[in-house]
Design a protein around this ligand. Structure first.
Ligand SMILES: Nc1nc2c(c(=O)[nH]1)N[C@H]1C(S)=C(S)[C@@H](COP(=O)(O)OP(=O)(O)OC[C@H]3O[C@@H](n4cnc5c(=O)[nH]c(N)nc54)[C@H](O)[C@@H]3O)O[C@H]1N2
Ligand SMILES: Nc1nc2c(c(=O)[nH]1)N[C@H]1C(S)=C(S)[C@@H](COP(=O)(O)OP(=O)(O)OC[C@H]3O[C@@H](n4cnc5c(=O)[nH]c(N)nc54)[C@H](O)[C@@H]3O)O[C@H]1N2
Ligand SMILES: [Mo]
Length: 562
């Protein structure tokens, strides 16, 4: 839930959910299992389709539930989104459906981009992606003629070595169509953790201070040094995915982990075990004795969301108040309080300028912390507890007390001036199927569980509905392997092996299996590998080459539908 130093996810929605639900005429959902992972917005999308006849296109290697509401399902092979998008943009250009006025007035770099796209004719794209040429034409026609179209994506787009390029290519698509800065359009990454947006906004990243002020900017550094009264490092820090191997390289000696469960959620679990065994000191701040707690030297009990007061910033940059409903049990304390007490002890005698306005670490509540945020993070300047308490629905940027907040970004102008087209070439995933590992495994979540399952596996009702890991496999493959529906499978990659019950289902195409990381005894991360996107440092969780074997009978019959 906290996910503070996380490398996952990127950017922010340019449009709000209400706006998209009310104004989009077409929607393109790519790499987002919206009804299971963002059920509130998923419901809004379904309603828009049913009540307003919105044309929904879903691009996902799996037949997810949202496909039932789509006019078109593009079922690309995992890791081929660049080729897919280039192919669609090729057709849009071929037919003259691009927004010439928008391109001329608001963008740059179009010619170089066009040159690249023109190397992706539909036949070639169909070969790379497995999507029939005819469907490419149908999709391009909807995109080119139905305006505005909103694009939504999630981890199916970002968890690749080409995650950043996928995102840039979706921005290319929306600029090409002139769908930026308008109601019902935009580029809309659906953020995952309930406060991952807030954590990034407030500097929970290695390269920025609060409100994305760069650590490498001398001006920004001076500003925060003056505010906090301590010297600050002028260089970019490490992401989680760099810290873990950093332990074995002798670069990292101690870890302070708040609300992350790397044994469950980081790629290649065996490697993570080795790293956590090696690290000299591990301080873990948790609400439960998680799988990672076995490696902790000290466990500090945090209070849960219901036991503390503060704000969460959601996927559409909206800051929301949450009030304490119950008392924390035992010695549990709110995370901010624990961090404050640690900081006071660490900084004793070390603050150079004790008179600096925020040097003391004296906060009596999150209201005090918000005042500091208002003063130091310009986009949060006017988002006060008082206004939120009064019921205002504020989305940043909201620079001052009189500002109403900003529901849509980039109206009239992009943050950097002109929007830049980026030429993007297809790069295959790091691991492709071979004779030894003939299946592609993709990984993700199910509706009923939350990541490592530390919270959801402790809920009896949920365990009654979904009580063990299931591996999704296509009926054709199941038959070929001799899997009659009542058997377990062993899935093996170059890094490890898991055994679990198979869920024989048309949700996955032949040649693909889908696994989750909700259960420690069969976590997909035993198999995944820590290859990273070079920019965002996000691991390629969505493509792993595996083999699948049948291992024997199970007691109960396998469900065909959960
Ligand atoms: N119930 C529940 N809800 C959650 C969470 C949870 O654990 N449980 N976690 C939250 C968090 S932190 C996050 S980040 C979000 C994640 O939300 P999502 O990203 O929607 O969820 P995922 O299950 O990771 O996978 C998304 C989709 O990507 C598809 N996919 C796989 N490979 C590819 C590919 O190569 N290209 C494309 N285009 N698609 C591909 C998968 O088939 C899947 O349908 O969910 C949030 N919501
Ligand atoms: N194979 C595979 N692996 C993945 C992904 C994937 O799609 N496939 N997705 C990745 C993504 S997008 C994400 S976001 C990560 C998520 O990975 P994690 O962040 O590790 O998972 P969570 O279960 O959300 O949270 C971790 C811990 O926070 C604790 N916690 C909850 N509330 C609080 C609180 O208020 N205070 C404190 N101190 N602790 C709290 C919970 O008990 C839990 O053990 O997983 C990543 N791993
Ligand atoms: Mo996430």
């Amino acid at each position: 839930m906290a996910g503070l130093a996380t490398a996952f996810g990127s950017g922010a929605m340019t449009n709000s959910m209400d706006d998209i639900a009310a104004n989009a005429q077409a929607m393109f959902v790519i790499g987002s299992n919206t009804t299971e992972q963002h059920p509130v917005f998923g419901t809004m999308i379904r309603r828009a389709v049913r009540q307003r006849g919105v044309k929904l296109i879903v691009a996902d290697p799996r037949r997810i539930d949202l496909v039932d509401f789509a006019v078109l399902h593009l079922q690309q092979k995992p890791g081929t989104d660049i080729a897919l998008l280039n192919g669609l943009m090729y057709i849009i250009l071929e037919k003259g459906w691009e927004d010439k006025e928008f391109i001329a007035a608001r963008t740059e770099g179009f010619e170089a981009f066009k040159e690249t796209v023109m190397r992706y004719p539909p036949e070639k794209v169909s070969e790379i992606t497995g999507v029939p040429v005819e469907k490419l034409y149908q999709a391009a026609e909807i995109m080119g003629t139905v305006k505005p179209m909103a694009v939504m994506w999630a981890m199916g787009i970002t968890q690749h070595i080409i995650g950043t390029q996928n995102v840039l290519n979706l921005a290319n698509l929306q600029m090409l169509l002139g769908n930026m800065g308008v109601p019902g359009g935009g580029t809309n990454p659906l953020r995952g953790q309930n406060n991952v947006q807030g954590a990034c906004d407030l500097g929970g990243l290695p390269n920025v201070y609060p409100a994305y002020q760069k650590v490498t900017s001398e001006e920004a550094r001076k500003k925060f040094e003056a505010a906090w009264g301590v010297p600050l490092a002028p260089h970019v820090g490490m992401t989680v995915t760099e810290m873990m191997p950093g332990i074995l390289e002798g670069k990292i000696h101690a870890l302070y982990i708040l609300g992350e469960d790397p044994i469950m959620s980081d790629p290649h679990t065996e490697h993570i075990r080795e790293c956590l065994e090696q690290v000299d000191f591990l301080l873990l701040q948790e609400i439960f004795p998680s799988e990672t707690s076995h490696y902790a030297d000290i466990l500090l009990p945090g209070a849960t969301f219901a036991e503390k007061t503060g704000t969460f910033t959601n996927t559409e940059r909206r800051v929301q108040m949450v009030h304490q409903a119950i008392e924390p049990p035992g010695e549990a304390r709110p995370d901010w309080w624990i961090t404050m007490e640690l900081a006071k002890r660490l900084l004793e005698g070390r603050v150079l300028a004790p008179d600096a306005p925020y040097a003391s670490w004296e906060y009596s509540s999150t209201r005090d912390i918000m005042k500091e945020i208002n003063a130091l993070a310009p986009s949060y300047g006017g988002i006060t507890h008082e206004r939120l308490e009064a019921g205002e629905r504020l989305q940043w940027p909201c620079p001052d007390e009189n500002h109403p907040g900003t529901p849509i970004l980039h109206v009239g102008k992009f943050a950097r001036g002109l929007g830049k087209f980026h030429p993007i070439e297809h790069i295959p995933p790091a691991e492709e199927p071979t004779d030894d590992y003939p299946f592609v495994m993709s990984t993700g979540r199910v509706l009923y569980h939350w990541h490592g399952g530390e919270m959801t596996r402790r809920a009896k009702g949920i365990m009654q509905v979904y009580g063990q890991a299931l591996i999704e496999i296509n009926p054709e493959d199941a038959e070929r392997l001799g899997l009659d529906g009542g058997k377990r499978v062993r899935v093996t990659s170059r890094r490890g092996s898991i055994e679990a019950e198979a869920w024989v289902t048309e949700r996955v195409p032949p040649g693909m299996v889908y696994a989750n990381f909700h259960f420690p005894d069969a976590s997909a991360n035993e198999l995944t590998q820590a290859v990273l996107d070079p920019v965002a440092k996000i691991p390629e969780y969505k493509v792993t080459a595996v083999k699948v074997e049948v291992v024997g009978e199970t007691a109960g019959a396998t469900r065909s539908k959960v």
